[in-house]
Structure formats: structure tokens, C-alpha cells
Design a protein around this ligand. Structure first.
Ligand code: HEC
Ligand code: HEC
Length: 336
């Protein structure tokens, strides 16, 4: 009797251990929302229209979706689009998927919220080239938008920089990953992914140390690292977060990207220099593209001595992080 009790207690505790191990991957209960911009249906619908409306650009040819298209993994599938803000060098367009969970936006983290982020690309001359002092009056002349803004943001002064940013951010907060095979696996369905992918997962959290940086539900620590993509010191190259402040620890560091739906959003890295997941995983697992002499390379980026077969397992695992596209009706008619 005592023996039996002891054994079942042991089983319970090891089962608990196993679930708590997987719990970090489970979707948070709520999408974070600022107090002064809680999600409502009106706000989301308005933001969606703005997101796809090309009239927000000077040329009337470009919308947010041009570079972050839902059918292209919320990116543009080219190595680099012109960067937001002059002088920062061209950068790869990151996915909008799950940006709701990020505390820092852009590769260098220069925006702290989606609201703060949203107005940047509209004004940037290489993106939408539309000064807000021209855009706001332009939108105010569109009666359909006046109505929608007043409904979504009553008593907030109609169409202005703030309500424009808030509406776009509200739509972005609904751009979320769907349940991927790995999510089912994490919730206990051991058959949801292949044996090969399951081995890849063990490597990802173990020997390959990927989860040192790609962790939790969104597979990012929200932090910044220099993974040795560029040689030596970065004379004349993109300095990453160091552009914001000349701190030694910020030299050449970039935000850890999500790995959710990663098969949809290549090419990879801040400079779009890598086409395949195999190459990306190899760089991260072997001490960076440049092994020696890279100023401020992360101490987590060291050669993990993986075989080709092990890299293939990790890639198989990353593929299980892709879910079906979210349900979305792309607007074809816009307010007049
Ligand atoms: C010409 C292409 C282009 C257009 C148009 C564009 N973006 Fe971007 N977007 C980018 C690039 C490139 C970056 C990365 C820039 C950087 O990190 O410095 C970016 C970054 C972002 C990010 C940060 C994602 C992250 O992981 O940090 C969000 C969110 C975003 N854009 C949303 C928008 C919205 C909303 C619009 C429309 C108002 C828009 N973008 C228009 C190219 C574009
Ligand atoms: C030191 C933290 C760190 C570790 C450890 C790490 N990564 Fe990364 N990973 C990053 C950062 C930061 C980037 C973006 C770097 C850049 O573009 O300059 C990145 C980019 C990537 C990308 C490209 C994503 C995209 O959208 O462009 C993939 C894929 C990736 N990592 C997979 C892995 C795998 C697999 C491992 C383990 C073998 C791993 N990473 C280990 C921090 C890390």
C-alpha cells in the first residue's frame, strides 16, 4: 500500500514536471492591450481598412500590406525593403504576425508600442512618403472615415495622429498565429509532429541552445543579440540597436525574431541575406557566419557541433511552428 502510494506520488510529480516544462509554449490567455486602446470591433475594422488603403501613401500605390502582406507571411518576401527612417540601411521587412506580444518593435527596438510604431512608415520617404500634416487633412475629407473614427474613438478629436495610430495598432493586435502542429504537441498530443521534428525540438531546447533566445509562446526573448552575421567591426554597416545609443552592449545587436509561421516569411535575418531555414539554423548553431573577431558577438552563439542530420531535425521542428493562415477578409472597398 505504502509502496503503491509512493509510486503514484512519484508519477504525479514527474507528470507535473513534464507539463510545466511545456507550459512556456502555451498561448497567453490574453492579447496585451494598452489601457487607452482596448480592442473593439469598430477599432479593428477601421484599422483593417487603413492597413490596406493605398491612399495613405503619397503615390497612392503603397499600403502597409505592400510590405507586410497576409498572403506572404505578413512580409514582402524580398531580402530588403527600404528601412523606416533614413540612414539606417535597408532592412528585411519583419512579419506583423504576433507583434501584439512584442514589447519592442523594429529590428533595433526603437518603438515601444504598435501605436508608436504605426506612424513611422507613413512618413518615411522610402516607404509611404506621406507627411502626417498632409495625410490627416486628406483623411478628414473622406466622409466615410470621419464616421468610422468618431464611432471607434468617440471624444478623441476625430481623425488625428493618435487615433490613426491607435486604429492601425488595433488591427495589428488581431494578426495572430493559429494553432500549429507544435501547439498540439505541447498540449499533449504526441502524434501531432513527426519523430524527426520531436528530436529537433529536444535539440532546440537542449544541445543546440536555440531556446536560450527563441523562447516562450512567440519563440523570442524580446531581446537583442549580435549573432555574427557580419565580419569584424561593422564599419559602414548596419549597427542595429547601437544606432539608438552608443552603448557597447548594443553594438550590432538586432531583435530576436519570432519563429512562428517561419516557413512563410523568408528570406531571413535583418538583412534578408539567408534564403533557407537550413542555412539560418546552421549559422545560429555553429557560432555565427563569422566565427572569430566579431565585435560584441553573443556568448550564446558558439559552435554546438551539430551534424547535418541534427540540423535537419531542427528544421523539421521549426516547420511544425507553421499554422494555417488566420481567417481574414481583405477589404476591396474603402470608405469614400
Ligand atoms: C516599403 C515597405 C514597408 C511599408 C510600406 C511598411 N513597412 Fe512596416 N516595416 C518595413 C521594414 C523594412 C521594417 C523593419 C524596419 C526596421 O527594423 O528598421 C518594418 C517594420 C514594421 C513593424 C515592426 C515589426 C517588428 O517585429 O518589430 C511593424 C509592426 C510594421 N512594420 C507595420 C507596418 C504598418 C502598420 C505599415 C503601414 C502604416 C507599414 N509597416 C508599412 C517595411 C515596410
Ligand atoms: C543569442 C541568441 C540566439 C540564439 C542562441 C539563436 N538565435 Fe536565432 N536569431 C537570433 C537573432 C538576434 C536573430 C536575428 C539576427 C539578425 O537578423 O541580425 C535570429 C534569427 C533567426 C532566424 C531567422 C528568422 C527571421 O525571421 O529572419 C532563424 C530561423 C533562427 N534564428 C533560428 C535559430 C535556431 C534554429 C537556433 C539554434 C540552433 C537559434 N536561432 C539560436 C537570436 C538567437
Amino acid at each position: 500500500m505504502i509502496m503503491k502510494l509512493g509510486l503514484s506520488a512519484l508519477l504525479v510529480s514527474s507528470a507535473l514536471f513534464a507539463t510545466s516544462d511545456m507550459s512556456q509554449w502555451i498561448r497567453p490567455n490574453e492579447v496585451p492591450q494598452p489601457k487607452d486602446n482596448k480592442l473593439t470591433k469598430d477599432r479593428i475594422e477601421l484599422g483593417k481598412l487603413l492597413y490596406f488603403d493605398k491612399r495613405l501613401s503619397a503615390s497612392e500605390q503603397v499600403s502597409c500590406a505592400t510590405c507586410h502582406h497576409p498572403k506572404h507571411g505578413w512580409t514582402d518576401l524580398v531580402p530588403v525593403s527600404k528601412a523606416v527612417g533614413a540612414g539606417r540601411g535597408p532592412r528585411n521587412s519583419p512579419t506583423v504576425l504576433n507583434t501584439a506580444y512584442l514589447k519592442r518593435l523594429f529590428w533595433d527596438g526603437r518603438a515601444k508600442s504598435l501605436e508608436e510604431q504605426a506612424l513611422g512608415p507613413i512618413e518615411a520617404d522610402v516607404e509611404m512618403n506621406m507627411p502626417l500634416e498632409e495625410l490627416i487633412p486628406k483623411l478628414q475629407k473622406i466622409q466615410g472615415y470621419v464616421k468610422l473614427f468618431n464611432k471607434a474613438y468617440p471624444n478623441e478629436g476625430g481623425i488625428n495622429n493618435k487615433t490613426l495610430a491607435k486604429a492601425i495598432a488595433s488591427f495589428e493586435r488581431t494578426v495572430l498565429s493559429t494553432t500549429a502542429p507544435f501547439d498540439k504537441y505541447a498540449m499533449g498530443d504526441k502524434k501531432a509532429i513527426s519523430k524527426k521534428a520531436a528530436k529537433g525540438y529536444e535539440l532546440f531546447i537542449g544541445k543546440a541552445h536555440c531556446a536560450d533566445c527563441h523562447d516562450k509562446f512567440n519563440f523570442t526573448d524580446g531581446s537583442f543579440h549580435n549573432i555574427g552575421l557580419k565580419d569584424g567591426d561593422l564599419q559602414g554597416k548596419d549597427l542595429g540597436r547601437y544606432n539608438l545609443k552608443r552603448r557597447a552592449a548594443w553594438y550590432g545587436v538586432f531583435k530576436t525574431p519570432t519563429l512562428r509561421d517561419i516557413t512563410k516569411s523568408g528570406p531571413y535575418f535583418h538583412d534578408g541575406s539567408v534564403k533557407t531555414l537550413t542555412e539560418a539554423a546552421t549559422i545560429c548553431a555553429s557560432g555565427g557566419r563569422y566565427k572569430n573577431g566579431v565585435k560584441n558577438k553573443s556568448t550564446y552563439i558558439v559552435d554546438r557541433h551539430l551534424t547535418q542530420a541534427e540540423i535537419a531535425q531542427i528544421v523539421a521542428f521549426m516547420k511544425t511552428l507553421t499554422g494555417a493562415d488566420m481567417k481574414l477578409k481583405i477589404p476591396t472597398k474603402f470608405p469614400q
